[in-house]
Design a protein around this ligand. Structure first.
Ligand code: 5AD
Ligand code: SF4
Length: 451
């Protein structure tokens, strides 16, 4: 088999796209290698959500360029959101690339590789697919790797929210949902191959089913459907928008045992003027009311979020509102970012008036606050027995396995190495906390397990 080396940047969508590309290439005679030197094909699946991600990719390609000089037969392609955003421009910057494919062209990857091998004219395929809804055709036959205990399933792609800072509606296109039956069939296949946890994916996952489906199914109904598939022990989804959280969804958290008590719910800011400029479509109070409703229906629910500091025009007092909201909600963890302008977005036209230094200082403040809250929240689990789905061997010295609790905290634990295997759900006694990670010791099988 020929060898493909793949590098993936960015979100879970990109990871899922890379898995898909690996599968398609496997059926075209390519096996994945971790050694870039021995590759016949190099793929970089890129992200353009923030400036930093983009810079990383350019410096990576700087390192790859000499490989092509040494091996003219080497095929090199760039895929993902940066490809979509920049298209032809990238070819001018990196003329040694053989193809540039946007996220909607993943299925055409084998054709792009073939073309690169037969004629050395580079291609740029960045058109959006025109189909009304979103389908991922099944690939018959064995795949290169079995899914792990936790498997991702794309259910909706694109985003129609057009938050003023965000490039996703431009790189991933309009929101389109997959037919529920196709999703159920993929979940059944994954479970048959060993998956125990299903993570439903979408840039705006809880906008699922709003339109375009031949057989309309609402998002909460899909959750009941997936949870009802035998062998699905745990169910999660990401990433959600507060505006698409319905009462039915809150009830689903309460009523579906397999739906884990964790919700990633980006808030971005705690200030109403900034939220309005960001075009989030809700106020801080509305977000807090939603959180109160979730907590009253599902007392054990853990929340995490995304926050941007230093949005254009954000004053010191407006930033304080974000700190206050973080304290009030008590997020278990947060992804925290300093604002950077992105091409084509409305906010890129606003005056980027917050100095870089101030952005950095604000970022440090939210990081420090989140660390404090994380530590305090983790204390609730310390010294207790928690249920852990084993996801694999622990990389850390002194622990045998790693896995997650329902509330999504990572656990490294020792013990049970002769009897346990990835996919088991076990009891672990937590002993120590380090950031958003526990260290613990195996404390016995959990029920239900292995059936
Ligand atoms: N600047 C900083 N952070 C951003 N994000 C999206 N766009 C930008 C930007 N222009 C963050 C948001 C989003 C997460 C995936 O990335 O918080 O939820
Ligand atoms: Fe971007 Fe907003 Fe859509 Fe999230 S909801 S992907 S932040 S436009």
């Amino acid at each position: 088999m020929k060898q493909v080396y793949m590098d993936t940047f960015g979100c879970q969508m990109n990871v899922a796209d890379s898995d898909r590309m690996e599968l398609l290439l496997f059926h075209s005679g390519y096996a994945r290698t971790a050694n870039v030197e021995e590759a016949d094909l190099i793929l970089v699946n890129t992200c353009s959500i923030r400036e930093k991600a983009e810079q990383k990719i350019f410096s990576l390609f700087g390192n790859l360029k000499p490989l092509k000089r040494n091996n003219p037969g080497l095929v090199m392609g760039l895929t993902g959101c940066l490809a979509q955003q920049e298209g032809e421009v990238l070819l001018k910057k990196m003329p040694y690339l053989d193809f540039i494919l946007g996220p909607d062209a993943v299925e055409r990857l084998p054709a792009a590789v073939e073309r690169a091998l037969s004629c050395r004219e580079p291609v740029v395929w960045t058109g959006f697919d025109r189909a009304k809804n979103y389908a991922i055709p099944e690939v018959e036959g064995e795949g290169p790797v079995n899914p792990g205990p936790s498997a991702f399933v794309n259910i909706v792609k694109g985003c129609d929210k057009f938050c003023s800072f965000c490039v996703v509606p431009f790189t991933r296109g309009r929101e389109k949902s997959r037919e529920a039956e196709e999703i159920y069939a993929e979940v059944r296949r994954l479970v048959a191959r060993g998956a125990r946890e299903i993570v439903l994916l979408g840039q705006n996952v809880n906008a699922y089913g709003k339109r375009g489906l031949d057989k309309p199914v609402a998002f909460h109904e899909l959750l009941y459907g997936v949870a009802g598939i035998p062998g699905v022990k745990r169910l999660r989804f990401t990433t959600s928008h507060p505006r698409d959280v319905t009462r039915d969804l809150v009830r689903a958290f309460r009523d579906i045992d397999a739906l884990m008590d964790h919700l990633h719910l980006p808030v971005q800011s705690g200030n109403d003027r900034i939220l309005d400029l960001m075009r989030r479509g809700h106020t801080a109070r509305e977000y807090l009311d939603l959180v109160a409703e979730l907590k009253s229906e599902v007392p054990d629910i853990a929340l995490s979020t995304d926050i941007i500091v230093g949005f254009p025009g954000e004053t010191a007092a407006e930033f304080e509102d974000t700190l206050e909201l973080m304290e009030r909600v008590g997020f278990d963890s947060s992804y925290l970012f300093a604002y950077s302008p992105r091409p084509n977005t409305p906010a890129a036209e606003f005056e980027d008036s917050v100095p870089e230094e101030t952005k950095r200082a604000r970022l440090q403040k939210v990081i420090d606050l989140q660390n404090r809250i994380t530590l305090a929240n983790g204390g609730k689990f310390l010294g207790r027995e928690v249920d852990v789905l084993i996801e694999g061997r622990a990389a850390r010295h002194g622990a045998h396995f790693k896995g997650r609790v329902p509330q999504y905290w990572l656990v490294n634990f020792s013990g049970g190495e002769d009897v346990l295997r990835p996919g088991d759900i076990v009891k672990v006694k937590t002993e120590e906390i380090l950031g958003h990670v526990f260290k613990g010791r195996y404390a016995g099988q959990s029920t239900p397990n292995r059936q």
